[in-house]
Design a protein around this ligand. Structure first.
Ligand code: CIR
Length: 253
């Protein structure tokens, strides 16, 4: 169960955020409305939400998920692979320290964004992407092991982050698309295929029995409901324009 979440209000500078989506620039006013509804959804799932202020100098800073990994036993501040995002970590640190006694920080030797990290109980799958390398992954695993948790790396080639393509809904269930559908590392799980035209919706988020599903992806909504989950749709179209999914917009712990 999760009890808390941390989010960051987007800045108007988000229109300059990193993206390869080719969906045009986000509408900032609409993005703010969508962010407010995202926070409402987190609260409906029972979470107490800390809302951090926008950071004009960091257009991607609303995607807080990448800057820290919050586990039940410790927190780890990351070192983003995207150079323009590295400074975001200093700005999330205080909020993380407020909630955790055991806080680690990855060194400057490698890089890792927590969008590449998927928690399955006490085990953490770490995608090796353009944003996360082996050095960062190995450092993270060593920190997890200090607290009786484990990690393993996942080879991948087609996606921004691991959780762009696969997400755990507890109960042995995962949503997957593309190269994650038949990936051997997840053979032990029941994988529900996301329709190719709805690939963005592979990034759903399980919170305390409810699954947040991005609005506008009816096949995925139906599939998740058919698995027996309560669902809550959240419109994040303006974040999709920046390659950001539902999970990227919060740290849940
Ligand atoms: C980026 O490219 O870093 C942002 N525009 C999107 C980050 C999405 N985060 C995530 O998938 N965890």
């Amino acid at each position: 169960m999760f009890t808390k979440a941390i989010v960051r209000t987007p800045s108007s500078s988000m229109i300059n955020g990193l993206t390869e989506a080719n969906l045009g620039a986000p509408d900032y006013a609409l993005a703010l409305q969508q962010h407010a509804d995202y926070i409402a959804a987190l609260k409906e799932c029972g979470l107490e939400v800390t809302i951090l202020p926008s950071l004009d100098a960091y257009p991607d800073a609303c995607f807080v998920e990448d800057t820290a990994l919050l586990t039940p036993h410790c927190a780890i501040l990351t070192r983003p692979g995207a150079i323009s995002r590295r400074g975001e970590v200093d700005h999330i640190a205080a909020a993380v320290h407020e909630h955790y006694d055991n806080v680690y920080r990855l060194s400057d030797a490698g890089h890792l964004e927590a969008g590449d990290v998927m928690m399955v109980g006490r085990h953490f799958y770490i995608g090796l992407s353009e944003r996360t390398d082996m050095v960062g992954a190995e450092e993270l695993i060593a920190m997890l092991e200090k607290h009786a948790m484990s990690g393993s790396v996942v080879n991948m080639s087609d996606m921004l982050h691991l959780k762009t393509g696969i997400n755990y809904l507890e109960n042995n269930q995962m949503l997957a698309f593309g190269e994650m559908l038949a990936h051997p590392d997840f053979a032990a799980f029941s994988r529900t295929a996301i329709a190719p035209e709805e690939s963005y919706a592979a990034n759903c988020v399980w919170i305390n029995g409810t699954v947040l599903v991005p609005k506008g992806f009816p096949k995925t909504l139906d599939a998740v409901q058919s698995l027996g989950y309560r669902t809550r749709e959240v419109d994040v179209s303006e974040y999709q324009k920046l390659d950001g999914g539902l999970s990227c917009l919060s740290l849940r712990f």
